[in-house]
Design a protein around this ligand. Structure first.
Ligand code: NAP
Length: 247
């Protein structure tokens, strides 16, 4: 499988699932543009690992919740590589808390990053993709967007929103050769879940038919499937990669 000549923008590429996605796309010879919020060293590590795989890479700071920063990121990608073929909206955060005590700020921060961020990136990347009459957009949702989760009304709202947004954009962009799909991971071993108490992890595993958390690489494989040129007839879909948790 090769993505040679394809240019991919991956948000949140400094660690976790985003890093695994960058590496998988680099392995398939795509040019990779990755952004990060604050961890420059993590982004540089990802970039070096992509280069070792023979890929051309650009790493840039960009807060996906800020429209001017997103536009600057896409402009950098275009000036460096001339096109944008693949967009992976992976950047995401959690600010957990129960409904009755959650601060408005925690709700806004999560929705701004996870949902508005993906909207801003899709909007900015769709223009060059429409000109090219080619594009692959992959949005990261979550099992929590499908099932809900106590303590995560903000995160669940953002991840369920991603699904509606994915399907709407898929309908709007299909005639231009652009597919829009979502990957809904279950619980995956990254920094995002590292803080979960051991007891919670053990309880979670009982709910997962596979009996274990997923790996970032397993999520990256699903993202790479949607990114392929050959996946041209697959759009508006949500692929759960969750060890069977959401069925
Ligand atoms: P992670 O390890 O916490 O990494 C988050 C990434 O997002 C980092 O690269 C971070 O950059 C970046 N980021 C955060 N806020 C940003 C902003 N405002 N602008 C740009 N980048 C920003 O997360 P992960 O576990 O890999 O999760 C990746 C995606 O998968 C998220 O959308 C998450 O919701 C989703 N997901 C994860 C799980 C899971 O169990 N881990 C399950 C379902 C869905 P810095 O490093 O610079 O902070």
């Amino acid at each position: 499988m090769s993505l040679a000549e394809r240019v991919a923008v991956v948000t949140g590429g400094s660690r976790g699932i985003g890093r695994a996605v960058c590496l998988e796309l680099a392995r398939q010879k795509a040019c990779v543009v990755l952004c990060y919020a604050g961890r420059k060293s993590g982004a540089e590590e990802t970039a070096k690992a992509c280069e070792r795989l023979g890929a051309r890479v650009l790493a840039a700071q960009c807060d996906v919740a800020k429209e001017e920063e997103v536009q600057a990121l896409m402009a950098k990608a275009l000036s460096e590589f001339g096109r944008i073929d693949i967009l992976v909206n992976n950047a995401g955060i959690t600010r957990d808390g129960l409904l009755m005590t959650m601060k408005e700020e925690a709700f806004d921060q999560v929705v701004d990053t996870n949902l508005k961020g993906a909207f801003l990136c899709m909007k900015a990347a769709a223009r060059p993709m429409m000109r090219q009459r080619y594009g692959r957009i992959i949005n990261l949702s979550s099992v929590v967007g499908l099932r809900g989760n106590a303590g995560q009304v903000n995160y669940a709202a953002s991840k369920a929103g991603i699904i509606g947004m994915t399907k709407s954009a898929a309908r709007e962009l299909a005639s231009r050769g652009i597919t829009v799909n979502a990957v809904a991971p279950g619980f995956v071993e990254t920094d995002m879940t590292a803080g979960l108490p051991e007891q919670t992890k053990e309880a979670l595993k009982k709910e997962i038919p596979m009996g274990r958390l997923g790996s970032a690489r397993e999520i990256a494989q699903a993202v790479a499937f949607f990114a392929r040129e050959e996946s041209a007839y697959v759009t508006g879909q949500v692929l759960a990669v969750d060890g069977g948790m959401s069925m």
